[in-house]
Design a protein around this ligand. Structure first.
Ligand SMILES: Cc1cc2nc3c(=O)[nH]c(=O)nc-3n(C[C@H](O)[C@H](O)[C@H](O)COP(=O)(O)OP(=O)(O)OC[C@H]3O[C@@H](n4cnc5c(N)ncnc54)[C@H](O)[C@@H]3O)c2cc1C
Length: 366
């Protein structure tokens, strides 16, 4: 039977970032059940490099977003991945929202993001023409990235380090052995086994399902999964925006915001709705809700130019309150060589290289 050092389940930004980094030190295989890498959440998001403003002090999200942002801008430079540090305007419409902006400034400072500044009405109009807001805040380090090119660069790095990306191959189950794991995989209908020393579950929306197939893993160490869909409307035609425009954040997400992609296309989203299954079907009846949310900060938006676009699904661990990334290694579940990553929702794209750095350090230390 073939033995490999590390098997990574899932070729989204997280699995690929870990693979690219860890393959500098170890033999790495990444298996992906789909035909291509990044077919799930990693290609169904806003493609925003987040600054690290919102997340609670000392949370994994705050730590990995701020560290990941710096690593990601550097990576884009080193590997010629298309990126633009556009900056974003966060808008407040009333006194309660102005208080939220004030809290955001403090939270950002606690997280090590000290470049936010308030916008006067004149600056607001200059940075965000046609935008209506009582007050605004500017985040200069927010940007946008081509996530497909980013993942392509990671596969390139992995292969340069003699690692392997294997598509159409599904992780089925694992049994811990004296050292490492006996793993069963299914490649295009054929089942086969191999052994590995380390197993990393970066299965995104399927991470809990995968964890349940690892023998000996206490089910109490597998958090629940709740699918929270977020869909986007694109805006057909010209628009006045050079920066990203956000409302203040809401309970499950950052609010229906305006992003401009690298081609200059404006789109709005994501909204939030809990759903029962991983189903990316969109619902155009959300148009009125989008129109009303956008009108709050851009009164001149034309409803007829909003076209339903695509949807992504957040792997939520709970249906209320804020949640953090959950990275479980032997110190938590007691199985040497196993790392599970759960609940890697936003800002997982921004955080991916920092998550990869810390998983690599953990495995090398084991
Ligand atoms: C609507 C939305 C907007 C977002 N916007 C942003 C943003 O602007 N900025 C940001 O930083 N983050 C954003 N995020 C978060 C970011 O997209 C995710 O955190 C990130 O893409 C997660 O990557 P991942 O690799 O963990 O998961 P995925 O991309 O889902 O990858 C997991 C992979 O594992 C594979 N897999 C699972 N189980 C198996 C198995 N048994 N065998 C083989 N393969 C398997 C899956 O097929 C999948 O390809 C957003 C998320 C959503 C939903």
């Amino acid at each position: 039977m073939e033995h490999i050092n590390t098997l990574i389940i899932g070729a989204g930004v997280v699995g690929l970032s870990i693979a690219a980094r860890l393959s500098q030190h170890r033999e790495v295989f990444v298996v992906e059940q789909a035909k291509h890498f990044g077919e799930h959440t990693s290609s169904r998001n806003s493609e925003v490099i987040h600054a690290g403003i919102y997340y609670p002090t000392d949370s994994e999200k705050a730590r990995h977003c701020v560290a990941g942002k710096a690593l990601l801008y550097q990576h884009c430079k080193d590997f010629s991945v298309p990126v633009k540090q556009l900056g974003k305007v966060i808008t407040a419409q009333n006194d309660a929202e102005i208080q939220t902006l004030e809290k955001l400034i403090l939270q950002a400072e606690q997280n090590g993001v000290d470049d936010l500044y308030r916008l006067s009405q004149a600056e607001l109009q200059q940075k965000a023409p046609q935008v209506k807001a009582k007050e605004g805040l500017f985040s200069p380090s927010t940007g946008i990235i081509d996530s497909h090119q980013f993942m392509l660069s990671l596969v390139g790095q992995l292969e340069q380090n003699q690692g392997h990306f294997v598509a159409n191959t599904q992780f089925i189950s694992a049994t811990p052995m004296q050292q490492g794991f006996l793993v069963t995989l299914n490649c295009e209908g054929e089942t086969f086994s191999l052994s590995c020393t380390h197993l990393i579950n970066a299965g995104g929306l399927y991470a809990q399902h995968n964890a349940a197939k690892i023998e000996g893993l206490n089910s109490a160490k597998i958090p629940p999964i709740h699918y929270c869909r977020g869909q986007y409307f694109s805006y057909q035609g010209a628009h006045p925006f050079k920066h990203l425009i956000y409302p203040v954040p809401e309970q499950h997400g950052l609010g229906i915001h305006a992003t401009v992609d690298l081609a200059g296309q404006l789109r709005f989203g994501p909204d939030t709705q809990f759903v029962d299954a991983i189903d990316y079907a969109t619902d155009s009846s959300a148009l009125d809700k989008f129109y009303q949310a956008i009108q709050r900060y851009w009164p001149q938006v034309e409803k007829s130019k909003l076209q339903i676009d695509y949807a992504g699904i957040r792997p939520k661990l709970q249906t209320t309150g804020s949640q953090d990334f959950t990275i479980e290694d032997r110190r938590i579940h007691g199985i040497p060589g196993l790392i599970n990553l759960f609940g890697i929702e936003s800002p997982g794209l921004t955080a991916s290289l920092s998550l990869a750095q810390s998983v690599t350090e953990q495995l090398i230390a084991e």
